[in-house]
Write a protein that binds this ligand. Structure first.
Ligand SMILES: [Zn+2]
Length: 116
C-alpha cells in the first residue's frame, strides 16, 4: 500500500466500499489526500461524510433490532399486506401482454392539399 494515494486511487477506494474497511495506513493516506487535494478533496470529503452517516444509521438500526426495542423500524401487519398487494398488482401488470393495437397504430398521413 503506497503512502500517498493518487486521486484515482482515492476515488476507486471510495466507490468500492466504506473507507472504514481500509487498513489503518490506508485510511490515513486517504484522509490526508482528501484533506490537501485541490482536485478531488472537496468532492471526496462529501463522499466520506456520506459513508460516515450511513454507517452510523446502519449501526443504530442494528442496535435497535437486536435490543428488540419498540423504536426499531418495523411495519404494521396491515401496511405490510397493503405493500404486498400493491407489488402483486404491479408485477401482474408488467407481465401482461401489450395490446396488438398499440403496435400497429398510426395511419398514413395524406398529403395536404391547400385550396386557395
Ligand atoms: Zn485528489
Amino acid at each position: 500500500m503506497p503512502l500517498f494515494f493518487t486521486c484515482k486511487q482515492v476515488s476507486n477506494h471510495l466507490s468500492k466500499e466504506d473507507y472504514e474497511k481500509l487498513s489503518p495506513l490506508g485510511k490515513v493516506s486517504l484522509k490526508f489526500h482528501v484533506l490537501i487535494c485541490p482536485v478531488c478533496g472537496a468532492y471526496n470529503r462529501q463522499v466520506m461524510k456520506f459513508q460516515d452517516m450511513t454507517r452510523k444509521l446502519r449501526f443504530r438500526e442494528e442496535q435497535l433490532l437486536e435490543a428488540d426495542s419498540p423504536d426499531a423500524p418495523h411495519l404494521e401487519a396491515e401496511k405490510r399486506e397493503k405493500i404486498k398487494a400493491a407489488l402483486r398488482a404491479a408485477s401482474a401488470e408488467k407481465t401482461a401482454e401489450p395490446s396488438p393495437d398499440a403496435l400497429t397504430s398510426g395511419s398514413e398521413t395524406d398529403s395536404e392539399t391547400k385550396a386557395g
